[in-house]
Design a protein around this ligand. Structure first.
Ligand code: TXA
Ligand code: MG
Length: 339
């Protein structure tokens, strides 16, 4: 299959929208990461997303909308707390899980009775939803299991020849996937941290429960509240080992493990003490910058043939919780605590 590389000019967006209406797959920019989009109400089109990504069929997809009124046809009920959260954070990097309406195909909800919905803020992503005239089901546009793409070049790497088109909307501002919360029960529950932080959610709804899977490895055989959390995720081919400690302790530990194919993934400005090759992913004190750069840095480890990446551990506060959550999974929960 020939994959068209389209710009964000209006005529190209019309082409992309036509492809989407015809049941084809298009890589689209959002403010978090690139998505692999299809008409959410076309089960056959949605099924082809799973093939292109190599995604397990039991992992449900997020439905992207451009207008608040699209929500009511997709869900059976919009709880008051969800209305308040939508008012505060939509359009933006927040996904909410509702009880699903009958129009949602099985392929989207993967057999659950709920559906995840978000309204992205990226102008190009939003314009594509408007022009296509349909809600768009879109997981991240990576091959299943590896870090999400945060620019169009990374989507080309993963999806060239597998999908109809990729729309280049530039670098993703946030860099990690949306915050996912379940609003279908009594308490709002955080399933995946993102740029809409726990503190921001609490400022609107007061009480937020944090699902165990945000910071812990799921026990063998346990049922995941969010099926995506049970797979190895965000992982480059390189073995990632997360190292907690001061900059000095970190550098000493990494240097002591110097070997062929060993590298450091460290914070900006903390590379001076290292005797091994390194990549950086932002300032220790700027979690938003870490989020913005993390996935590209993980992919660069593989490009540079790194075998083992000792990775400086981010502080899990604010947006840092999202960075830490992704790195825990990239590391398969392999953490060294230097105390
Ligand atoms: O920022 C994002 O959310 C990006 C962009 C493209 O919008 N999308 C994204 O989709 O990250 P994906 O498929 O890579 O991650 C969706 C996550 C998965 O962990 C999935 O299991 C969970 O949301 N999810 C989707 N629907 C769900 C549902 N009904 N119940 C529980 N979890 C759900
Ligand atoms: Mg994903």
């Amino acid at each position: 299959m020939q994959t068209w590389l389209l710009t964000d000019r209006e005529e190209d967006l019309h082409k992309a929208a036509t492809l989407l209406r015809d049941g084809k797959l298009v890589g689209i920019p959002t403010e978090t990461v690139y998505g692999l989009a299809a008409d959410a109400l076309n089960g056959t089109a949605v099924a082809s997303i799973f093939v292109a990504k190599g995604r397990p069929m039991d992992n449900p997809l997020i439905v992207h909308i451009a207008q608040m009124q699209q929500l009511s046809s997709l869900v059976t009920e919009i709880p008051e707390q969800a209305k308040a959260l939508a008012n505060a954070f939509w359009p933006g990097p927040l996904t909410m899980i509702f009880k699903k309406a009958d129009c949602i195909p099985q392929e989207v909800s993967a057999g659950l009775d709920t559906v995840a919905v978000r309204m992205p803020s990226h102008p190009v992503g939003r314009r594509l939803i408007e022009l296509s005239g349909c809600p768009l089901a879109a997981p991240s546009a990576n091959r299943s299991g590896i870090p999400s793409p945060t620019n169009a070049r990374r989507v080309v790497e993963d999806m060239d020849g597998r999908i109809a088109a990729i729309v280049d909307g530039g670098d993703c501002a946030v860099g990690v996937e949306s915050t996912v919360i379940d609003v279908s029960g009594e308490r709002v529950r955080l399933l995946r941290p993102g740029a809409v932080t726990v503190e921001m959610l609490q400022s609107v709804v007061g009480d937020v429960e944090i699902d165990d899977a945000v910071l812990n490895q799921l026990a063998e055989g346990a049922t995941a509240a969010s099926p995506g959390m049970k797979y190895k995720h965000y992982a480059p081919s390189a073995r990632v080992i997360l190292v907690k400690g001061t900059p000095t302790a970190y550098a000493a530990y990494v240097n002591a493990h110097a070997d062929d194919g060993v590298a450091a993934l460290c914070f900006d400005g903390e590379e001076q003490e290292l005797t091994v090759p390194y990549l950086t992913y932002g300032s220790r004190h700027d979690a938003a910058q870490q989020a913005h750069r993390l996935f590209d840095a993980l992919r660069r480890l593989d490009e540079q043939g790194v075998r083992v990446a000792y990775t400086a551990c981010p502080s899990p506060e604010g947006v840092g919780l999202a960075v830490y959550n992704r790195l825990l999974r990239a590391a398969g929960f392999e953490v060294v605590d230097l105390g």
